[in-house]
Design a protein. Structure first.
Length: 303
């Protein structure tokens, strides 16, 4: 048994680990991967780093944590968390359940799917959720990004470095990204924003050939593309905690207090999986929540 188990190796989890190490806690930190932050092409609003990739920033956090003699366990998935008594029992992939006195859950979120015909069939064959991962495969080709928030426009800007043409397809009449991103997209000759359209289906036999789109007036038409990148928001990774009885909000996020505690004693949460920080969902706020969660867990364990 350990005092503390930290679940998640994104900004919140790694920061919680740094603080837990400094507090001298006996803890483990596990995670499937670096999460969505690791996919970010460029992060330009993390203090001290005017421009850095998400992967590089997280690797720096990882090295910082490792400097305390802690080795996070990547590639570990958590399937179920229960609290049969005073301690938590956490089921993990490829090993025995972990027992812990306290838990910091920082498992982040995953890409939201459109759930339209052709999406699953053509996944990896023209349909993608990661421009950083798959953008280079579309050099000189025509691609589209579905969505209108920061992640969608950032993906379009990245894809414009590879593709010959990039469409941003958005269901509203105005992008809802940061003004500086909208300005950059507007100044890029490769990017064209198509407003007031919604995807109906993805067309193609073996590979994606076109997107079936519907205009607000009901007209349906095909847009020929070689690839499409879906950026329509995220879904919190809360499946492992559903048997724990922790309180969620209407969006399925874990409800937290100012100290990152939840409705279950000894169970803390941090990062994009929570309703904290006004749901800003930034690397800097995730890191801050991780620090607070670690401080609160320390106080809980030592009281």
């Amino acid at each position: 048994m350990v005092e503390l188990l930290i679940i998640g190796c994104g900004p919140a989890g790694l920061t919680a680990g740094i603080y837990a190490a400094r507090y001298g806690l006996e803890f483990l930190i596990v995670g499937k991967d670096y999460g969505l932050a690791g996919e970010a092409h460029l992060i330009e609003n993390y203090p001290g780093f005017p421009s850095i990739s998400g992967l590089e920033l997280l690797e720096r956090m990882m090295k910082h944590l490792e400097s305390y003699g802690v080795k996070p366990q990547l590639g570990v998935e958590v399937s179920r968390i229960v609290k049969p008594g005073k301690t938590f029992k956490v089921e993990v992939s490829g090993g025995e359940p972990v027992e812990a006195e306290a838990v910091i859950y920082a498992a982040g979120s995953r890409h939201r799917k459109l759930n339209i015909p052709g999406e699953e069939k053509l996944l990896g064959r023209g349909v993608s959720y990661c421009a950083v991962c798959d953008g280079p495969f579309y050099r000189g080709k025509t691609v589209a990004v579905i969505g209108g928030a920061n992640s969608a426009v950032q993906s379009a800007l990245l894809l414009a470095q590879h593709a010959s043409k990039v469409y941003i397809l958005y269901r509203r009449s105005k992008l809802r990204c940061d003004p500086i991103l909208a300005k950059k997209a507007g100044e890029n000759s490769k990017i064209e924003v198509v407003y007031n359209v919604s995807p109906v289906s993805f067309k193609g036999d073996r590979f994606l050939e076109a997107i079936e789109l519907k205009r607000q007036d009901g007209e349906v038409y095909l847009l020929r593309v070689d690839g499409v990148f879906v950026e329509v928001g995220v879904v919190p990774n809360v499946e492992p905690v559903k048997g724990l009885g922790v309180e969620l909000d209407g969006e399925g996020r874990i409800k937290v207090k100012a100290d990152m505690s939840t409705s279950v004693e000894g169970f803390f949460a941090a990062g994009n999986v929570t309703d904290g920080s006004n749901k800003l969902d930034q690397v800097v706020t995730a890191a801050a929540e991780g620090a607070i969660a670690a401080a609160s867990a320390y106080q809980y364990l030592k009281k």
